[in-house]
Ligand binder design. Sequence first.
Ligand SMILES: [Mg+2]
Length: 119
Amino acid sequence: MTNPMTLAEIAKNAYASAQTSGFYTGENPRDKVSVARHLAGLHAEVAEVFEDLRRPGPVLNRVFFDGDKPIGFLAELADVVIYAATIAEHVGGDIQAAVQAKMTYNATRGVRTDKETLS
Ligand SMILES: [Mg+2]
């Protein structure tokens, strides 16, 4: 079994794949309008996760396949991670370091008493 990719490797791989597919090429990574368009795309991916959550069926914790296409809640959630990592790579950011920094900070925040709920 091969070693799983790090988040940094996922970002580089996803960005290269997106460029091969014709995305991001010729775009200035400092162009905030361009980055905003990609954030809108990321938002659309989040909406796809939500749509999958609304479908009947309780199984959220595994990837299903339609032929060779991964589908389902977890597969759509993976799209969100891939999309976010790709945007980070586009702007020259180290998403793995950013995630680690946020997790380290979040661990210091203690118990929240103002949590929002869906119920
Ligand atoms: Mg998707």
